[in-house]
Write a protein that binds this ligand. Structure first.
Ligand code: GLU
Length: 373
């Protein structure tokens, strides 16, 4: 049994360069994009948040700059990305805009998804855009990413974006309809695997190492993406994007490979917070806040009586009751000095105290793990 697309509320769709760019003309494939936009509108219209991770900047820019086919030096691909990203954003804004959807451009680097403070900022921006029903069009910020600090492929980037946005589904649109038992170009007996319950060594061995000229990722980076996604509580689908309505085709049960996760994004995030992060400080809270947290609320500044430790926004801190017992841990939304100034204050006073607007919660409930004892 594979899940139905109707059950997902936040979906990241990754579109590869070879799907989006007509190689010979060096132009976006407008008719194909229009059909994909119809599919996106259908998902969006029934309430799902849709985020697009779109490649194609380098492929579009290289034609404008007259670069010959073949590999590019890093500086040349960065220049091509700088030129092509404008065209890429424009075409997305057009195809979505004519269907009544606002597009938003987001360019991220590896650091934005790895470093907790920046991660939290990007996460909050994505959340706000979702509330506003805008569709973010996301790509790597190739122009500032050097080779050591770069994803290089949008498969893994899309998986990190999906976990960052707590998406419950990631769809990788590719030039193949899923994972085969062996690379089909090399082995005519290879068969499509419809469902992968767990990515193990046998699955990894099936991936081979093929990549096409325009897109960086082969099946290997898609499997890497699958690991990032499923550990983060996001299901993933690899499907053929070369057909006119690739998302509708998945809805209708067309061929594809599902990589399933046993987690939800919030549960996976909580395991990560509770298990693998070293606390950098402590917030002592009053009885009212203690009760509110146990009822599922976020921790507001008003309930904090004391702040200790030298932590930064996004760090993990212990939450303790007055008297010392730890009741949980969470990612704090403020640096230690700001947290200390806000302790005991009403959320409406944040701007007056800090001189800037801030988050209403000291720790958002999705970023808080309570001890069970
Ligand atoms: N960020 C690159 C671009 O927009 C694409 C990377 C990839 O092909 O996965 O051209």
């Amino acid at each position: 049994m594979t899940p139905s697309l109707d059950n997902f509320r936040r979906i990241v769709v990754k579109v590869g360069s070879s799907l989006l760019v007509d190689r010979s003309a060096g132009q976006p494939k407008r008719a194909w994009l229009d059909a994909l936009a119809d599919d996106i509108v259908a998902l969006h219209g029934r309430g799902a948040d849709v985020l697009v991770v779109s490649s194609g900047a380098i492929a579009l820019g290289r034609t404008v700059l007259g670069y010959p086919a073949g590999g590019l030096k890093l500086e040349d691909s960065q220049a091509a990305a700088a030129v092509g990203q404008i065209a890429l954003s424009r075409v997305w804004a057009e195809v979505l805009g004519t269907r009544g959807i606002t597009a938003a451009q987001i360019l991220v680097t590896l650091g934005d998804t790895e470093e907790r403070r920046r991660y939290l900022n990007a996460r909050e921006t994505l959340g706000r855009l979702a509330t506003l029903r805008a569709v973010p069009i996301i790509n790597e910020n190739d122009t500032v990413a050097t080779s050591e600090i770069r994803y290089g492929d949008n498969d893994r980037l899309a998986a990190r974006v999906a976990t960052m946005a707590s998406a419950d589904l990631l769809i990788l649109l590719s030039d193949i309809d899923g994972l085969y038992t062996a690379p089909p170009a090399l082995n005519p007996d290879a068969t499509l695997i419809p469902v992968v319950a767990r990515i193990d060594a046998a699955i990894e061995a099936m991936a081979g190492d093929a990549a096409s000229e325009l897109s960086r990722g082969g099946m290997r980076t898609k499997i890497e993406a699958g690991k990032i996604a499923t550990v983060g509580g996001t299901h993933m689908v690899i499907a053929d994007g070369r057909v006119p309505h690739p998302l509708r085709r998945i809805v209708e049960g067309g061929p594809c490979t599902w990589f399933l996760t046993g987690q939800t994004p919030v549960a996976a995030r909580k395991i990560w917070i509770g298990g693998s992060l070293e606390p950098r400080g402590m917030l002592t809270i009053d009885d009212g806040a203690d009760r509110a947290l146990k009822g599922g609320a976020s921790l507001l500044p008003a309930g904090v009586v004391r702040v200790s430790g030298n932590f930064a926004r996004g760090d993990c801190v212990r939450v303790v009751r007055d008297g010392g017992a730890e009741i949980g841990r969470g990612l704090v939304a403020y640096d230690a000095d700001h947290a200390a100034r806000l302790a005991g204050r009403n959320s409406r006073e944040i701007e007056g105290v800090l001189g800037v607007t801030g988050r209403a919660a000291m720790i958002h409930r999705d970023d808080l793990v309570l001890r069970v004892d």
